[in-house]
Design a protein around this ligand. Structure first.
Ligand code: HEC
Ligand code: HEC
Length: 116
């Protein structure tokens, strides 16, 4: 009986240790971005997703407005425009706001695909 308890404790320790050892963050498993030209190449999925959600919200669109959702790295017409817009927005902030994110997609778009 005593041996059985000892054995189960040992197994628990073993599995917890193995479990922790093989734990890999989801981000490392998912494929890294393939076609970043504006954001740094090593931008994490988490950061990228946050930025993407902000852009989509600013224009009140879904991901598929800019993406072929079966191939996110593919460049579409709107994705290319969005890239130019990212560069423009960064330039405005650099020239006028010491590089702080004061002007954003939302500033002009305010929930519209084409600002009025
Ligand atoms: C307004 C256009 C726009 C919308 C909406 C948008 N994206 Fe993007 N997305 C881009 C642009 C532009 C890039 C490329 C950025 C660069 O070149 O640095 C990109 C890149 C990506 C990438 C990297 C792909 C690769 O492998 O290179 C992922 C992943 C991604 N977007 C996910 C999303 C998700 C998820 C959503 C919806 C929540 C979304 N995007 C909505 C414009 C958009
Ligand atoms: C300084 C104002 C301004 C900012 C900031 C801005 N945009 Fe734009 N955007 C415009 C204007 C104006 C148009 C319409 C251009 C046209 O009709 O030729 C436009 C058009 C677009 C289009 C094309 C829409 C269509 O109907 O084809 C996309 C996509 C877009 N912007 C994405 C973005 C994203 C993403 C951001 C943030 C990174 C952003 N824009 C920031 C002013 C802005």
């Amino acid at each position: 009986m005593k041996n059985q308890v000892f054995y189960s404790v040992l197994m628990t320790i073993f599995f917890v240790t193995v479990g922790l050892g093989t734990y890999v963050p989801v981000e490392a498993v998912a494929a890294p971005p393939k076609n970043l030209q504006v954001f740094p190449k090593n931008t994490t999925k988490k950061v990228l997703k946050k930025k993407m959600k902000k852009m989509a919200a600013a224009l009140d669109v879904q991901c598929d407005y800019c993406h072929n959702t079966r191939k996110m790295e593919e460049d579409t017409k709107h994705k290319k425009v969005a890239r130019d817009m990212l560069r423009m927005t960064a330039a405005i902030n650099k020239a006028n706001f010491k590089g702080k994110d004061r002007v954003t997609c939302l500033t002009c778009h305010n929930g519209q695909k084409e600002p009025k």
